[in-house]
Design a protein around this ligand. Structure first.
Ligand SMILES: Cc1ncc(COP(=O)(O)O)c(C=O)c1O
Length: 425
């Protein structure tokens, strides 16, 4: 270990300067019940820490990485771009090129606005929907996460109408225009529209939810959202910050035969650099300033470095693209299937949330997850440190990684199967 620097020493130092030693709460690994990893670098399917260990990475920057870490061509492209300067406060050619690539894959995004994060993109899309419809109410779903805007940090009151904040500092006033329906429940959304229909500006939904474990809704649910929003004159916003370009070089809605009004993207389109984007039909998007009266701006929006990284990533992804997604999907499906098979063999009560190249774990108790997670980390597999977060596959993951992951899962399940757990949770 270089100069006695370890994960532990760095985390101690980090905690002296940053709240809880992190800049985003999940990175404290609190849910997983272990000391946080401090990552030194990443290459391909692996990340490396300061204790000299490597891990097969299924977190992948919470879904921002799809080619694998530090893909040589992306790194080369970025290095070249760095010589041109970083931010100008004026449009660059890269913005046009990335917009073109995205529109070619997602034609519904007739016009696009680039921002710096998924949160910002969601906020822009919602402000736009409110202005376009002249209405206030926003419908979101239980078990969804759309970033940390105040009015989205709320949950449904148990057995009652109305919402409650899920964060201190979010006041009742800030969430009064948010309504929450149950994800995947057609009756629940029908009730909401029957009650508030003409006051609803938009429904925002993750077509495949990735923030409460992975949940794929049934097609009828998504279709119902489309028909109700159309019927009542509200907009349908697909939050594809996680799912955009994750399963194919096309819009996810086409899989459900549903076209939303606005799509929100992030993560993959920046290839690991900070980014967010929202877009939709021109008629709607033109409400944005400078053409329209919806204010939305940002010093770093459309940043040439993020744009260049996104262009290089998507260009690589778009070469022999069918084979690439086939590989990702095969890996994802095989991994989930084999993990479930091993869990069954050892009588482990494990359920998995899965959709093609995304998966999540749900054990019978938190303690079981803790034990599983600890063994995975000790044996060099980095899964998302919470049962509510999604895991992902990259193109750098190999057959060897798959085998090792299954081997480590088997080791963990064998150990878990020998322990008595209290199932009272
Ligand atoms: C579905 C979804 N929407 C929005 C966001 C917010 O994106 P960001 O973290 O880039 O602000 C996330 C973040 O994970 C997300 O999963």
């Amino acid at each position: 270990m270089e100069n006695n620097i370890t994960n532990e020493s760095l985390y101690k130092e980090a905690s002296e300067y940053m709240v809880g030693g992190v800049n985003s709460p999940i990175r404290a690994f609190k849910y997983a019940g272990i000391a946080p990893l401090i990552i030194k670098n990443g290459r391909g399917s692996k990340v490396y820490d300061y204790n000299g260990k490597s891990y097969i990475d299924y977190v992948l920057g919470y879904g921002a990485i799809i080619l694998g870490h530090a893909h040589p061509l992306v790194v080369k492209g970025l290095k070249n771009k760095l010589n041109d300067g970083f931010v100008f406060g004026a449009t660059t050619r890269e913005e046009i090129e990335l917009a073109k690539i995205i529109k070619s894959a997602v034609p519904l995004m007739e016009k696009i606005r680039f921002v710096n994060s998924g949160t910002e993109a969601v906020m822009g899309a919602i402000r736009l929907a409110r202005a376009f419809t002249g209405r206030d109410l926003l419908v979101k779903f239980t078990s969804s996460y759309h970033g940390h805007a105040d009015y989205l940090l709320c949950e449904k009151k148990v057995l009652e109408d109305g919402v409650i904040p899920v964060s201190k500092g979010v006041t009742a006033n800030l969430i009064k225009d948010t309504i929450i329906a149950e994800y995947g429940n057609i009756e629940s959304i029908k009730d909401v529209f029957a009650k508030y229909g003409k006051k609803i500006a938009a429904v925002i939904v993750e077509p495949v939810a990735g923030n409460y474990g992975v949940i794929c809704p049934n097609v009828d649910f998504i279709k119902t959202l489309r028909s109700l929003t159309k019927q009542y004159g509200a907009l349908l916003i697909f939050d594809e910050v996680i799912t955009g370009f994750r399963f194919g070089f096309w819009e996810l809605g086409s899989m459900f035969c549903v076209r939303p009004d606005v799509i929100v993207l992030g993560k993959i389109i920046g290839g690991g650099m900070p980014i967010g984007a929202f877009g939709g039909r021109e008629k709607i998007m033109n409400y944005l300033a400078p053409l329209g009266e919806v204010y939305q701006a940002g010093t770093f929006s459309g940043n040439p470095i993020s744009m260049a990284n996104g262009i290089n990533t998507l260009k690589i992804l778009n070469q022999d693209t069918k084979a690439k997604y086939k590989y990702l999907i095969n890996y994802g499906i095989t991994l989930s299937y084999e993990i479930k098979k091993i869990a069954y063999k050892y009588g482990i009560g494990l359920t998995m949330g899965e959709f093609l190249t995304m998966f999540s774990f749900k054990f019978k108790t938190r303690e079981m997850f803790h034990d599983f997670y600890k063994i995975a980390i000790e044996n060099g597999v980095f899964f998302a440190p919470s049962e509510f977060e999604a895991n992902f596959i990259s193109l750098a993951h190999t057959e060897k990684d798959l085998k090792k992951t299954l081997f480590v899962c088997e080791k963990a399940f064998r150990k878990i199967s020998k322990k008595d757990y209290q199932y009272a949770e």
